[in-house]
Design a protein around this ligand. Structure first.
Ligand code: ZN
Length: 205
């Protein structure tokens, strides 16, 4: 459930986590909350990993044609420097920022900011994927979203990797994963088809 969107008179900050598997709609939910803050005349800004080239670096345009500034950053600490004027701070793809993001979010919330963090909570082996589990523990509000299992249609909690490699995340390689439920998820599943030639151009972290 989305928390109240208006800051209270004491300007107390807090942390919201939006997590789940790939294709669970985390970024959509982040942007939905940012748009609502924009409607409430709050100053908003989204930060995302600089290596994320999947999306345009242009601002996100809201339905009323106002824009949400979207800024690529190389490290979590840069968010502190760049977010000073924002009331509401969105952070997408949290899993790429590492554990440094935990202290950054704490500091922003202590400074009175509303911090909304979206990211994967598990890696392709089903292991808790820091820093999102740590952020879930310290957050005031946690929302776990689900995709739909492509095998059986159940709610999907896992990201099944379909390609080779043992990197924990393949940045930008959304076609290398599919959502699966607990029963259909198999981290040991062997790859059925070799990687396509165009996958060699995929950025890897
Ligand atoms: Zn399934």
């Amino acid at each position: 459930m989305e928390p109240h969107i208006l800051r209270n008179p004491r300007h107390v900050g807090w942390i919201e986590v939006v997590c789940g598997s790939m294709f669970s709609g985390k970024t959509e939910e982040l942007i939905r909350r940012m748009r609502r803050a924009l409607i409430a005349r709050q100053s908003v800004e989204i930060f995302k990993p600089a290596l994320d080239t999947r999306f345009s670096r242009e601002d996100v345009v809201s339905h009323d044609e106002r824009t949400i500034p979207s800024t690529p950053v190389a490290t979590a600490s840069q968010i502190i420097l760049l977010a000073s004027k924002a009331d509401v701070i969105g952070i997408d793809e949290a899993q790429f920022f590492g554990n440094e993001l935990v202290d950054v979010c704490q500091q922003l919330a202590h400074d009175g900011k509303r911090v909304i963090v979206a990211g994967l909570d598990q890696d392709y082996l089903g292991r808790p994927f820091e820093p999102v589990p740590q952020l879930m523990a310290i957050a005031e509000f946690v929302t776990k979203l689900h995709a739909i299992c492509v095998v059986c249609g159940a709610p999907a909690n896992h990201s099944q990797r379909l390609s080779c490699g043992d990197e924990r995340v393949q940045l930008g390689a959304t076609d290398a994963y599919e959502p699966r439920c607990r029963d259909c998820f198999d981290p040991e599943e062997k790859q059925l088809t070799p990687p396509r030639p165009d996958e060699t151009s995929v950025l890897r972290l």
